[in-house]
Design a protein around this ligand. Sequence first.
Ligand SMILES: C[S@@+](CC[C@H](N)C(=O)[O-])C[C@H]1O[C@@H](n2cnc3c(N)ncnc32)[C@H](O)[C@@H]1O
Length: 211
Amino acid sequence: MNDILFYSVQLYIDSLNQLSYVEDEDVLNHMEDYAEKSGFPIVNRSVGRFLYLITKLKNPKLIVEIGSGYGYSAYWFAKAIDSGKVVLTDYKPENLEKAKEYLGKSGLLEKVEFRVGNGVEIAKEYKDVDIFFFDHEKSKYLDTVLQLKTNLKSGGLIIADNTLWHGKVLQENPDNQTKKIKEFNEYMFSSKEFFTTLIPLRDGVLIALKL
Ligand SMILES: C[S@@+](CC[C@H](N)C(=O)[O-])C[C@H]1O[C@@H](n2cnc3c(N)ncnc32)[C@H](O)[C@@H]1O
């Protein structure tokens, strides 16, 4: 598929989202506008809806995000989780303050926990995690899964954003960061401990089931 066709397919999927009813449209629009104006990288609504759907199907008790920013991806997890919690992590307290504001407006504060610091280290405190969501430094994904896989339940999921890295994974001589993402993807697909696929939504969402 050429670049223009791939981009048009993404736009088509994004346009379909507008037909769907969402309870917190104002809050979501606000978060999305803020991302656009400030250039803050969040998953988009198509990926958010995917996270929501997976959460509904899985009925998890514990989701830990590594790299939550101001809570957009966490919104979709928290909205979908029935009884359980979503742990948000970020280095920057101001991001999590903002997340608290947005998730508060959506009535989701009872389902979330905010932890400032290195999400990888914080995540190690949680056992039997149902879903880890990776959206931190892309070059650290492989190291992170190696450190956290024992904290994931059998039947639990790793979901990792940006695994197509703007299509750079296709380049013949990729930069170091892209090489690291490719190493992560290849590790996940070749590991006997996981069953993995990669959904070409937006910038690529890898999803792996721990066997
Ligand atoms: C791509 S943004 C997250 C966006 C968010 N997941 C969303 O879609 O709404 C990445 C965030 O991760 C944070 N971050 C990067 N490395 C981290 C780490 N090791 N631990 C905690 N936060 C980290 C950054 O401060 C930034 O806010």
